[in-house]
Ligand binder design. Structure first.
Ligand SMILES: Nc1ncnc2c1ncn2[C@@H]1O[C@H](COP(=O)(O)OP(=O)(O)O)[C@@H](O)[C@H]1O
Ligand SMILES: [Mg+2]
Length: 228
């Protein structure tokens, strides 16, 4: 059984349809890359999975549990941890408060998050608004982990971050993968994404047009679906 199975989902923003049939699935312990040029529906797919832009057609099943059109808090509780595009920490809380607010029982604790991102440990009592963009992204990942998710979703995992911070985020993703964490990740850095991904799904105009292993993602496919 798949951990997450998305089949034929369609989503709209008001009158405007954004997804026309997205299919994807993630097995337990798998790292899956969701790819496609800007505006092709990656974020909308993630929003549908998390219940933020509910799918109007199709089905989303998490570990056998139909979560299509459930409330976002219910989906989070069912085991999906989201690191949204553009981060979004609670800016008027401290780093520690941000982490504690998300905490649910499991192997991920503050101590383990600090082990993964030592920089956060030095800033526990600082307000989140005083963090650099990279530190905020670490906090966003830490917060999602504090919920002890069955599936971690990262939308634009390293976008807009300094190169040294990007390295930290990719290192963390590799560590999580080695621990068996299931991950769905969107990112534009192919050179980092491909080695860590077990499988990829390509979106074009709100539809899944290809899926397979990174090794099978030919130059032709890349030109056609990812080229600018
Ligand atoms: N809040 C919104 N309101 C209306 N249309 C939107 C909104 N967000 C995204 N869209 C549209 O939905 C489509 C898919 O966008 P998105 O899922 O953000 O793509 P991606 O994440 O792949 O860049 C695009 O045509 C985009 O313009
Ligand atoms: Mg996006």
């Amino acid at each position: 059984m798949s951990l997450l199975s998305v089949s034929g989902i369609q989503s709209w923003y008001g009158m405007s349809q954004a997804l026309f049939g997205v299919d994807l699935d993630i097995a337990e312990g798998e790292v899956v890359a969701l790819m496609g040029r800007n505006g092709m529906g990656k974020t909308t797919t993630i929003r549908a999975v998390c219940g933020l832009t509910p799918a109007r057609a199709g089905a989303i099943v998490l570990a056998g549990d139909d979560i299509t059109r459930r409330e976002p808090f219910h989906i989070a509780r069912a085991g999906i941890g989201l690191v949204p595009e553009g981060r979004r920490c609670f800016r008027n809380l401290t780093v520690a408060e941000n982490l504690l607010a998300a905490a649910r029982p499991g192997k991920w604790t503050m101590a383990r998050v600090v082990e993964l991102f030592p920089r956060l440990g030095e800033r526990m009592e600082q307000g989140a608004s005083t963090l650099s963009g990279g530190e905020q992204q670490m906090l966003a990942v830490g917060r999602a982990l504090m919920t002890n998710p069955r599936l971690l979703i990262l939308d634009e995992a390293t976008e807009g971050l300094a190169p040294v911070i990007r390295k930290d985020i990719w290192r963390a993703i590799r560590t999580l993968k080695d621990e068996g964490q299931s991950i769905l990740v969107v990112d534009k850095t192919m050179a980092e994404l491909m080695p860590v991904a077990d499988r990829c799904f390509l979106l074009e105009k709100g539809q899944t047009v290809w899926s397979g292993r990174p090794a099978d993602l030919t130059d032709e496919l890349q030109d056609r679906y990812l080229g600018v």
